[in-house]
Design a protein around this ligand. Structure first.
Ligand SMILES: [Zn+2]
Ligand SMILES: [Zn+2]
Length: 182
């Protein structure tokens, strides 16, 4: 099987947004993306003091893909946090090829939900390919502190990051061709 991104809605997420994000993420990364069945999240991830859900817990709700050629992207509509930040737009667990985004904050302002979701999804999936944050504020791997950062950057990788991604994808193809070398 070729490379694939499995998109998992965590809780209720607008189906139209899901499909649009899947299409654009697939085009940007050059990898097939499929939308999987909705999965429920557990209320245990809710922090009453903060009124937000733990992004780290949400990542754990997502099963790691069974095949090395698959990456998982969870999408949720609830607001997420990690202990050191007021909120996060997304998070990735590179060790398990699992990533996550929240569209909760993307609705502020109009008509930008999909665009912001795509940029954030490509960014988090980029982490699962071993990419780190980039200093180029137009590059999708630039870390977004706020929505203006997200709106300013593109959904594409800069030349440097694209090279790293291509290398990582090739390596990965090599791995699937020669499983004994993994
Ligand atoms: Zn990041
Ligand atoms: Zn870059």
């Amino acid at each position: 099987m070729g490379e694939q991104i499995k998109i998992v809605p965590l809780g209720e997420v607008d189906g139209g947004i899901m499909m649009e994000v899947a299409t654009q993420v697939s085009m940007t990364l050059g990898i097939t993306a499929i939308v999987d069945e909705m999965q429920h999240y557990h209320e245990s991830a809710y922090n009453h003091q903060r009124g937000q859900y733990s992004a780290e817990s949400f990542l754990k709700f997502l099963d790691a893909p069974k095949e090395g050629s698959i990456r998982v992207l969870g999408i949720t509509d609830v607001d997420l946090y990690i202990p050191d930040l007021n909120y996060v737009f997304g998070l990735a667990d590179e060790s398990r090829d699992v990533s996550l985004i929240s569209i909760s904050r993307f609705k502020k302002g109009n008509g930008k939900v999909v665009e912001r979701a795509v940029k954030t999804a490509v960014h988090e999936l980029g982490h699962t390919y071993g990419l780190v944050h980039c200093h180029d504020n137009k590059c999708v791997m630039y870390f977004s502190y706020n929505l203006s950062d997200t709106d300013y950057k593109g959904k594409e990788f800069c030349i440097k990051c694209q090279k790293t991604l291509d290398k990582s994808k090739n390596l990965f193809r090599g791995e699937t061709m020669f499983p004994a070398l993994r």
